[in-house]
Design a protein around this ligand. Sequence first.
Ligand code: ADP
Ligand code: MG
Length: 505
Amino acid sequence: MKNFPQNFNDLNLSAPVLQAITELGFEKPSQIQAEALPILLGEPTDFIGLAATGTGKTAAFSLPLLERLDPSRREVQALVLCPTRELAIQVAGQIELMGRHLKIKALPVYGGAGYGDQIHGLKRGAQVVVGTPGRLVDHLSRGTLSLDGVTTVVLDEADEMISMGFKEDLTSILSAVPEGQANIWLFSATMSPEVRNVADEYLRDPAQVQVNRTEMLPENIEQIFYVTQESNKPEVLCKLIDAADDFYGLVFFQTKALLMDVAQFLNQRGYSVDCLHGDMDQQARERTMKAFRERKVTMLLCTDVASRGLDVKDITHVINYSIPRELDNYVHRIGRTARSGKSGYAMSLVTGSARGLISRIERMTKSRMREGKIPTRRDIASKKVGKVFAAFNAESNYARAVELMGAEWRDAISDLAPDEIAGRFLTLMFPDLFNDRGGDQGDEHPRGEVLRTADRRESPRGDRQDVRRGPGKPRFWERKGERRGERQGGYPDRHPRQHSHKNAR
Ligand code: ADP
Ligand code: MG
């Protein structure tokens, strides 16, 4: 077996880059890094790197890319292509972090934002441009981006770029790179036939590294599916969230319309959520990501497009409101959790008929999914009691609370034993503890109840108008299935973007 470097010091990295890695807290190279770095830091070559999501591909190309730059030349020397704006911003940020001790500017360039700032940034001499294919093509055709000085081109998440329909843009960018001058490094989680085509056409004698061919997913993801009916999914979602020890997660939807419906439902239930989807403008998306990273909101509802490649630390849960139509997306979605060696839950809501899908996923990912039992309201109540007890010892305001209660209250409890007092309070606080119906059956909310709840309650935010719904349009819990429920337009591009509000219940 080949010996791979165990340590960043064993690699041919310059002192400023090594220092930045140390400051980032990277102790040793991940597998893909250990295998790719010696190649990419060596003789110039084209390259294909295949490794699962969350395995550190960004640094695998960013470090050698930085070593190739000449900071004194203020022209674009490296071009990184990413499938989404968020990823472009994230990758540009990572490159700047890793290059912080070099005088390097990495400029993200993406659609949905004005040209002015991007052109200004290019004129000021960014050495690295990280962009989405569509906008890069625009800059090239406007003459605002020159590839004359480019010596490295990276295709990050190549499979995603192609499945998102960027193949044409990709090839026109690659055709614009002066021949024989630049190396192309392709990174991807999967090698689809289309990725293979691009590689065959544009890469010359690429070196190839493939890590863990069979393991597409980190092994520390626990994959659980829950069988329920479509109309019951909002309720089940709430229960899964309530039953979690700690929830910092993403909930994925197939369509924006459904996402908005469920966001509204959750808001009405008092959950603080944010949304991320492709139709949001850039600023809104950035605001949302910032709030989520800072944990001002701990639940983000998203569509596939908005969240590919996203790297947010310590996500505990990824919930699939339904299994994505494109099975590849399943891998990409759940790869948002259990990153850098952490563990995480991937939970999927499936309707009875989706069981066939489960075995397809298991075959594709070579991993197991187990069927989970939907928590009952009683389970959740017990969980909450546990949390109350955990907080119990920390609570030091009791003297003041007793004072506030006044003499009448003190009299009322003076003859009661402590456990009786506690028991009475718990009874009041958690009536579900005594809900003996137990199983999920009796625990389901009849559809009418959900509907009434949603209609009767005031929208928590006065300015929200996304209840504008034609009389003929079914709400999501009335629809048969998410797939058939896809609608064309008709929805104002609004989303519950408040993060600060914790709705009073
Ligand atoms: P990928 O592109 O393969 O999906 P990323 O490059 O986004 O994965 O890396 C996933 C996470 O792992 C990031 O938070 C990154 O900072 C972290 N990471 C990468 N390399 C290392 C390393 N050598 N040591 C510790 N953490 C790392
Ligand atoms: Mg990546």
